[in-house]
Design a protein around this ligand. Structure first.
Ligand code: HGY
Ligand code: MN
Ligand code: MN
Length: 414
């Protein structure tokens, strides 16, 4: 498995080269470099004997049928779903999402080698990060049957509507409903992913099984003041949208520091007219709020938006906000997670269970099919950063666990 681990890491680094920008990895929903990723993964899937198609939400899907029979997608036996996402944040690392797809293909290879008896569908989800249209999980929402067609009218930074982006990729947005999986035909979904945090490294552990994924809310806020001359406008006559937003952003940080289990991030800011000698008249910011408990998270959304109004009003600035997403926290399936944990144990590794502070496609899939996640250690606890890494021995461990898991499942389902 060592050589396969080395090849998997090399493959993630190869895929990281498919980017919208030279010299760094940025791959948003259905942008041109996604075609290169699809071409590469399609070759890998077909070499494993899979039948491959791209659904109308841009998910690349490879179906493997035991015994090599040409699979029909309405097949009888319940299938095992494996996969993760292939889109990235701007200036990303090479492993967030993609490693889970590469490992899924390696698990499918092992399934062939042990004459596994369930069909396997590997899914490379088209969009999990929510960078291009401000809403995450577009791919897994379509597979889980919870894609909201209103999103097709959302525009990206270049003013391209989502439905136009889907058509430009050669897909028909009218057929997104056909991407939905029938839960009656699914045994379960397993997503492998880097932890993206410091816990496993701090405890000197290679892998963990995830017991729950925290909930997340994403808002967009617009502060509107008065653009004016930076030199001639006295300080007491200003309605500075950026100063108002800045005061509110420090309030957000103070709030999150005071509430255990809450993390809050203002990750994007756009100001108009964005000139050094003009008082900012308009500022758009994002808010990413996470907590396991939806009631607590919703209460802080209310409090922080009240704070925004209070600060803005005192400064003669207006503020408007909209909720872009509110994804509840969710438990992973206990039975499937127990199977995964027992495979970790039979691989001779300690069984660590932990929640995920990062969102994943598994949180959308878990509402429809039994879902479980396997974390790999993140060196330096770093992610959403070009220095994001994974250790060869941990990738090898995930492959050994894969063999144990598939052998266990084969013994169970016959
Ligand atoms: O933002 C997240 O939690 C994930 O990395 N998309
Ligand atoms: Mn991810
Ligand atoms: Mn991510």
């Amino acid at each position: 498995m060592k050589d396969r681990a080395q090849r998997s890491i090399a493959e993630c680094r190869l895929i990281a080269g498919f980017s919208e920008e030279p010299g760094r990895t940025t791959r948003r929903f259905l942008t041109p470099p996604v075609r290169d990723v699809h071409a590469h993964l399609r070759g890998r899937m077909e070499a494993l004997g899979m039948t491959v198609h791209v659904d109308a939400a841009g998910n690349l899907r490879g179906m493997w049928q035991p015994g090599g029979a040409k699979p029909d997608f309405g097949m009888a036996r319940k299938r095992l779903l494996l996969g993760s996402h292939i889109d990235s944040v701007p200036n990303a690392g090479a492993f967030d999402g993609v490693l889970g797809v590469v490992l899924a293909l390696e698990w499918a290879r092992i399934a062939r080698e042990i004459a596994f008896r369930l069909p396997i569908e590997v899914i490379a989800f088209s969009e999990e990060e929510g960078v291009r249209y401000g809403v995450p999980f577009l791919g897994s929402r379509a597979v889980a049957g919870v894609f909201d067609d209103k999103m097709l009218a959302y525009e990206d930074a270049e003013g391209i509507r989502m439905e136009e982006a889907i058509r430009a990729f050669g897909l028909d947005p009218g057929k997104i409903g056909e991407a939905t999986i029938d839960p009656g035909k699914v045994y379960g979904f397993i997503e492998m992913h880097i932890e993206q945090g410091p816990v496993l490294e701090a405890e000197n552990l290679q892998l963990a099984v995830v017991d729950a994924i925290v909930g997340q809310t994403r808002l967009g806020l617009r502060f509107t003041g008065q653009a004016n001359h930076a030199g001639t406008t006295p300080m007491h006559l200003r309605r500075d949208a950026l100063a108002a937003a800045a005061e509110w952003i420090t309030q957000v940080e103070a709030t999150a520091k005071a509430e255990s289990g809450l993390v809050a991030t203002v990750g994007t800011i756009e100001l108009q007219p964005n000139a050094a000698n003009v008082i900012p008249g308009q500022v758009d910011v994002s808010l990413d709020l996470r907590h396991m408990n939806s009631r607590i998270r919703d209460a802080w959304v209310r409090q922080l938006t009240r704070d925004a109004h209070r600060i803005a009003h005192r400064r003669g600035v207006e503020v408007a906000w909209m909720e872009k997403m509110n994804e509840a926290g969710i438990e992973m399936d206990p039975t499937l997670t127990a199977c995964l944990a027992s495979a970790v144990e039979s691989a001779g590794l300690p069984v660590k269970r932990m929640p995920s502070g990062a969102g994943h496609d598994a949180m959308v899939m878990a509402a429809r099919v039994p879902s479980a996640m396997l974390f790999l250690r993140s060196p330096g606890g770093l992610s959403h950063h070009p220095d994001e890494a994974v250790r060869e021995e941990d990738v090898e461990a995930a492959l050994v666990v894969g063999r144990k898991f598939l052998e266990q499942l084969a013994a169970e389902v016959g």
